[in-house]
Write a protein that binds this ligand. Sequence first.
Ligand code: HEC
Ligand code: HEC
Length: 381
Amino acid sequence: MRHILVLLMTLILPAFAMAQYDPLYQQKLVDLGTALFFDVTLSRDKTQSCASCHDPAQAFMDWRGSPVGRAASVGNDMKSLGDRNAPTLAYAALTPVFHRNEDGDYVGGMFWDGREPDLEGQAGAPFLNPIEMQMESKAAVVERLQEHTMFPTAFRELWGDDIFEDVDVAYRRMTEAIAALERTEFFSPFDSRYDRYLRGEYEPTEEEELGMTLFFSPQFTNCNQCHQLKPFAESEGELFTNYKYFNVATPVNVALREANGLGPDHLDYGLLENPQVDDPAQAGKFKTPTLRNVAMTAPYMHNGVFPDLETVVRFYNKFNVRGPARDINPDTGEPWGEPEIAENIDWEKLESAPALDERRIKALVAFMRMLTDRRYEHLMP
Ligand code: HEC
Ligand code: HEC
């Protein structure tokens, strides 16, 4: 029966539908996705592409800088300044589609708040974002596609001569091409020193070895309660996030709020900003980011409030340090700053580890530096 069905499908389905499983179709789709990813003509003033804020030469982060360094990105008009840090796109394709698991926890999705379920949904957003690429409508983007020297031919070859007749269909196809690019091995190479170590091709230093032990052992740190996906024995392909949402008491980035004009009263509710979520118990939670290539993606947290990895580890350490030292950021001598959202902080996980000494803090950083893909190793700050 199954064989007959397959035979019937092969005969009946139109050629273009079958073409989707064709490697040549995939290659053309990825080629188009690549051209779209780098194309500035799809932003209002033709100044900006996806690559502006996600530079493949710099671990897919925004390397350009802004009035607040790399904490947030400037848009097409070179003035508008966002409120969140551009995450790396490396390994993003392996993020599960936004869903709730059997325990009712929110998992996966795109953006710090999971508001787009998948890569296709995400890829449609920046073009129309009023502080990013600033196009006024899907129709305007599709018009730009048609004005291009190469895109019309590529679209028609892939999807037929009438592809531009329905704006929504053409727009959706554009996002499929970008997502296909993001799913290629180029975005997820798994060739960091850590991956090479697992394959027996790299000998970790003593410090890296200590960092690795600390990171994966719950008696020493709590990191793996949120930044580990698979059991250690199946560590190959580890993504260093369980894709769940937590409030880790990240302080407000005051300088950013001054620079982007949102001001001191603005609050980023994280997961609660996701239109699919209306439970106030989710306020202040953000998606746990991957730690792959994290040595390349400073500054840190959803708002870029911490300048380097050592500061991040010292911040986590404060939850387990006793006495007044707990409240002071040793890098600046200033208080850490109030959590942006004081509710729903995961004290149980954050306070579940012993305090780290200097040597252990540095070892954790050395371990995180091991997670840098080979092509960025020489660029690590
Ligand atoms: C002006 C800078 C800017 C531009 C242009 C831009 N992005 Fe982003 N991107 C961001 C920021 C900032 C975020 C995080 C926003 C948030 O979480 O609300 C983000 C998030 C993402 C994510 C989510 C990653 C994850 O793990 O959650 C993906 C994927 C992505 N961008 C892809 C793209 C693509 C594809 C384009 C081009 C169509 C693009 N971006 C254009 C700044 C930009
Ligand atoms: C309760 C869950 C949880 C625990 C425990 C935890 N993290 Fe995180 N981590 C997160 C979340 C959620 C974020 C994003 C927070 C935000 O943006 O406000 C994050 C952010 C980070 C970042 C910044 C990454 C980036 O791209 O900006 C680093 C680095 C990091 N964690 C390392 C660690 C280390 C090292 C440990 C152990 C010492 C640890 N984390 C413990 C959930 C956790």
